[in-house]
Design a protein around this ligand. Structure first.
Ligand code: PLP
Length: 439
């Protein structure tokens, strides 16, 4: 909606009390009418640049003509048919295509679902079935979704998790490396070693490695604040998995499909995972997810333990084929990498200017900007971050925060340089408003 300052500020203060189920403060009330490329228009005709990118589900931009055309074409044939009994040419083509673009060269198979959450439940099922082992190791700070397996594997909001227990048994959490909030004088190597020691601790005490089915990891943690671990750490964990017959699974739902400057974020680490979960932008935000895994792993479960009536139905499969065309033909992962460098430079310039910016993390068009009370102590400033995003919203930017104090920068990958420049100019104004106490 279009907001007057006074009304906006009033609603902002009131809504500060309202905490959504995910723990994110509800700070505005956008009613979206339409979208095109990197912009969104609300019901009152106000246009915004979308820095949320529909929560990383709009990597190819809103209403891309190729996607719209593919949907129209599919609608004229058949909209949907139960996917448990039969399949259709579009889904078959998509399955084959996903096995080919999965990172690495292994023989793969695909299982479709309708949300990232169910894909992660699938990862847990496939890993347990393939290994005959019960335990899953996942990470503190992770978000893997809302269904029971995914919710248990994630650890984003423990208050929410504890209200709905009992949770899925056998899931163990280990700490995720943090290159920003580290101990004094630690190098990335020291950090990798310290966190790898923490990773091994459960194995050295109560967790027999030969009872662990898989390690599930976001190669870059999204909802935790766009956090990338040291490559050395990921390599150590992967090697540990190899040594102990543990499957290595990656959640690419937020960070895959070009978001992190490569088709898959795990490609930053040169590792071939056994299982990959993907969703969100896979069908341009329409309900489609997939587990892509080693063929033998995927064959282990049988046909009826992870199947959904609408999972991979022809309409979303057609959308997904169009999304992959646009990502590949438009070289969007490469564009994301290049524009991400440009965005980083510009945010670092703003960091030089404003003391409350504690850290700029940017991997592709995929950033987390930490708002802190003090650069030395790195104490998060949640209130300041809330003011920033609210003013940004008033000035025509859709901007939200992660983990209380981190500005989330995940625009559609088709965003233009002119739009990016407009974002940096506007953010400068917003930061100045905070600096001078105008918000
Ligand atoms: N995994 C990650 C890394 C996510 O960011 C999300 C959603 O935010 C999910 C899983 C869950 O996906 P969905 O909301 O489609 O169930």
């Amino acid at each position: 909606m279009a907001w007057e300052n006074e009304l906006g500020d009033k609603l902002f203060r009131e809504n500060m009390q309202n905490v959504a189920p995910t723990g994110i403060i509800q700070y505005y009330n956008l009613v979206i009418q339409s979208g095109s490329g990197a912009t969104i228009t609300d019901v009152e005709g106000k246009q915004y640049i979308d820095l949320l990118g529909s929560a990383s589900a709009a990597n190819i931009g809103h209403n891309h003509p190729h996607l719209v055309e593919a949907l129209q074409d599919q609608i004229s044939k058949i909209v949907s048919y139960d996917c448990g009994y039969f399949t259709n040419p579009t889904s078959l083509k998509l399955g084959e295509r996903l096995t080919k673009i999965a990172p690495g060269s292994r023989a793969r198979k695909v299982s479709f679902g309708t949300s990232g959450s169910d894909a992660n439940d699938g990862v847990i099922k496939f890993a347990r079935a393939a290994t005959g082992r019960q335990y899953i190791v996942s990470y503190e700070g992770a978000y893997h979704g809302s269904t029971f397996g995914a919710l248990t594997a994630g650890a984003c909001d423990t208050a929410m998790v504890h209200k709905v227990g009992p949770l899925v048994p056998g899931i163990v959490h280990v700490p995720y490396p943090d290159l920003y909030r580290h101990l004094k004088d630690e190098t990335p190597h020291d950090i990798a070693q310290r966190y790898f020691a923490a990773f091994k601790r459960p194995f050295e005490t109560y967790l027999p490695a030969d009872e662990v089915a898989c390690v599930l990891m976001e190669p870059i943690q999204g909802d935790a604040g766009i956090i990338k671990p040291p490559a050395e750490y990921v390599e150590l964990v992967y090697q540990f998995c190899q040594d102990h017959g543990i499957l290595f699974a990656v959640d690419e739902i937020n960070q895959g499909l070009g978001r992190a400057g490569k088709m898959w974020s795990i490609e930053h680490f040169g590792i071939e995972p056994d299982l990959i979960s993907t969703g969100k932008s896979l069908a341009g935000g329409l309900p489609l997810s997939a587990v892509i895994g080693n063929a033998d792993v995927m064959d282990s479960l049988g046909t009826s333990a992870h199947v959904f009536t609408a999972g991979g139905n022809p309409l979303v499969a057609a959308a997904s084929m169009a999304v992959l065309d646009v990502l590949e033909d438009g070289h969007l992962p490469e564009k994301s990498a290049k524009d991400g460098e440009y965005a980083k430079e510009n945010f670092l310039k703003l960091m030089d200017k404003y003391e409350f910016i504690g850290d700029v993390r940017m991997f592709g068009l995929n950033g987390g900007i930490e708002i802190v009370k003090d650069r030395e102590t790195k104490e998060p400033d949640n209130d300041a971050a809330a003011k920033i995003i609210f003013r940004a919203f008033q000035k025509g930017l859709i901007l939200v925060k992660l983990n209380g104090n981190v500005l989330r920068f995940q625009p559609p990958l088709v965003i233009t340089r002119d739009q990016l420049d407009q974002v940096f100019t506007t953010m400068d104004e917003v930061f100045a408003d905070l600096e001078h106490g105008r918000i």
